[in-house]
Design a binder for this molecule. Structure first.
Ligand code: C2E
Ligand code: MG
Ligand code: MG
Ligand code: MG
Length: 279
């Protein structure tokens, strides 16, 4: 990967690392170190059933807090990790960590929720992705039914038979698969009926536009109708207001995630929330 491409990602950290002679190398070293030393963290955002208001699952979201640079957002370090070849190791860590967390929850209470994990297309396309995934379940004894994999619509753009087969293999293990950021990929909708996915996650930008006029509502209503016609579950991402909730209810959106209900929470706080939801 050329330095100039990495340079774009790096722009944001420059001001914090002035004086260092190789900024990109510093950042890469820091990320490698964070991964090796278990300094990355997962937070969990609740997913709610809109009708019942009940917690039905969550999404694991990666956090990196560097002692020198502070909190670095995943939208910045994930693309960087993809460029410097660290993304598969990071994804592997996230899957393993999530499985171990589920196991921990199972130890303390009857845990029966599903956790969604974001997977980079570069990682998903690795030839041994499914074998390694399977190994995690064999090693931890966690049931694959506890996990969902989120792939962005963007990552499905160059779709082909291999990708369809891979999704099928993952599903055969017992996991479910969601299309993340749905509506932002500018891809032909043709792929939807070919891909054996379970869930569409409507991108936050559409949820924002709900309150910006009729066409915004029409778009969201159309996506929900599409999901229902294809018998897919549908999740609205980034729900922040009561007004958005009301409109989503009106169009029978099943599931919601967003600050209105909860921000992503650290392990301690999400554990409390799960326990409360079981009462
Ligand atoms: P995403 O998978 O679409 O996740 C949703 C993002 O929206 C999260 O940002 C979440 O914190 C944020 N969000 C949730 N509700 C609201 C809301 O009501 N309002 C607003 N403004 N934002 C909300 P986050 O955690 O910063 O993650 C950003 C992106 O980074 C994720 O988008 C995902 O694409 C990627 N990412 C995060 N963790 C991982 C990971 O473990 N692996 C991979 N490959 N990508 C990850
Ligand atoms: Mg996601
Ligand atoms: Mg998303
Ligand atoms: Mg996203």
């Amino acid at each position: 990967v050329s330095k100039s491409r990495k340079g774009n990602q790096f722009e944001l950290f420059k001001h914090k690392l002035v004086g260092k002679n190789d900024h990109i190398l510093v950042l890469e070293t820091k990320l490698r170190h964070a991964l090796k030393q278990n300094l990355l963290e997962l937070h969990y955002q609740p997913k709610m059933d809109l009708k019942t208001g009940k917690l039905v699952g969550m999404e694991a979201l990666l956090r990196w807090n560097d002692e020198e640079l502070g909190q670095i957002p995943p939208n910045e370090f994930i693309p960087f990790a993809e460029e410097c070849g660290l993304i598969s190791d990071i994804g592997e860590w996230v899957l393993k960590k999530t499985a171990l967390q589920i196991k921990e929850w199972e130890k303390h209470f009857l845990y029966d929720l599903r956790v969604a994990v974001n997977i980079s297309p570069l990682h998903f396309k690795e030839p041994d992705f499914v074998d390694k995934l399977n190994a995690i379940f064999e090693e931890t004894k966690v049931r694959p039914e506890h996990l969902e994999i989120e792939l962005t619509e963007m990552s499905m753009m160059d779709y082909n038979k291999d990708l369809i087969n891979k999704i099928q293999e993952v599903k055969r293990l017992g996991l479910t698969v969601a299309i993340d950021d749905f509506g932002t990929g500018y891809s032909s909708l043709g792929y939807l009926k070919q891909f054996p996915v379970d869930t569409l996650k409507i991108d936050r930008s559409f949820i924002v536009s709900i309150t910006e006029g009729e066409s915004g509502v029409a778009m969201v209503a159309a996506i929900i109708a599409l999901a229902q016609a294809l018998k897919l579950k549908v999740v609205a991402e980034g729900v922040e207001t009561k007004e958005q909730i009301e409109i989503l209810k009106q169009y029978n959106c099943e599931y919601v995630q967003g600050y209105y209900f909860s921000r992503p929470l650290n392990v301690e706080d999400i554990t409390l929330k799960i326990q409360k939801s079981m009462k």
